[in-house]
Ligand binder design. Structure first.
Ligand SMILES: [Zn+2]
Ligand SMILES: [Zn+2]
Length: 268
């Protein structure tokens, strides 16, 4: 078995290690990794924290209970090699040896009310794979239970791997504006999340008669020079334009989250 681990926050490249071969015990499932995505969060995990911006204190992963060494990787697809002895008895899905599956990584404690309600991603004692527990930057990996594996049934592993992170993140955002797919949807940010949101939206809103996508790159606007008060005619034009915009009622999905974006969103 081979894996790539963070052994020191920020100070060292990932370390290649060769631990003993993994085996599935209890309810675990052993998979052979076929695709492992690298998320921007992995850079922050390697750095040991997040700069939260706006002058706030950086978030320290060590303070949040992330310990080292850690194999990162929360966008993983693997082929099922073996089930632990208790896995089958506790699982009523259709997964079998040889199937290729996406690993759901956002695990919780598995015991609290939130976890038992099926919302492990909201658990206050997270066990996320690739963050608090070892993830998929390796050739073999054990997943705690078959219920965390989604049978891909022929989908391409490399395409599907990011669905575990940018896929669910943007799916969740789009779900909140689903009822407004017939009005303009503005997406800020054309990185991994933004492009994933676009590709999901393309398929999802395909039935919408007016669906079209325009991409506009925009740098931060320079500060505007002071102007004299607008004329009455200009004020009227502006108020008509505002009324038209309100009728269109655009929905904004901000995948950047900085102050400049928030102010553009509020004037969009
Ligand atoms: Zn991620
Ligand atoms: Zn929990």
């Amino acid at each position: 078995m081979k894996s790539f681990q963070v052994t020191d926050f920020k100070t060292a490249p990932l370390t290649e290690v060769e631990p003993a071969d993994a085996a599935a015990v209890g309810t675990q499932v052993l998979i052979k990794v076929k695709a492992a995505g690298v998320c921007h969060s992995d850079l922050h995990i390697w750095e040991g924290g997040y700069d939260l911006g706006h002058g706030r204190k950086p978030l320290s992963l060590k303070d949040r209970g992330v310990s080292l060494p850690r194999t990162m990787g929360h966008e993983t697809v693997g082929e099922v090699l073996a089930f632990g002895p208790d896995a089958k008895a506790d699982y009523n899905g259709d997964l079998k040896v040889g199937d290729v599956a996406l690993v759901y990584p956002w695990l919780g404690c598995g015991k609290c009310e939130t976890c038992l309600a099926g919302e492990e991603n909201m658990c206050l004692k997270p066990n996320s794979l690739g963050v608090y527990c070892d993830g998929g930057l390796c050739d073999h990996m054990t997943v705690p239970h078959p219920k965390y594996l989604l049978n891909l049934k022929g989908l391409d592993p490399v395409t599907a791997a990011p669905y575990a992170c940018s896929g669910v993140t943007t799916y969740s955002a789009l779900k909140k504006v689903e009822s407004a797919f017939n009005t303009p949807i503005v997406i800020f940010g054309a990185g991994g999340l933004g492009l994933m949101a676009l590709s999901l939206l393309r398929r999802w809103a395909a039935g919408c008669p007016s669906s079209s996508i325009s991409m506009r790159a925009k740098r931060e606007a320079p500060s505007k020079p002071a102007r004299s008060p607008p004329s009455m005619a200009r004020r009227r034009m502006r108020s008509n334009s505002l009324r038209r915009r309100r009728r269109a009622d655009p929905r904004v999905i901000d995948l950047v989250g900085n102050a400049a974006r928030r102010s553009s969103a509020s004037t969009a």
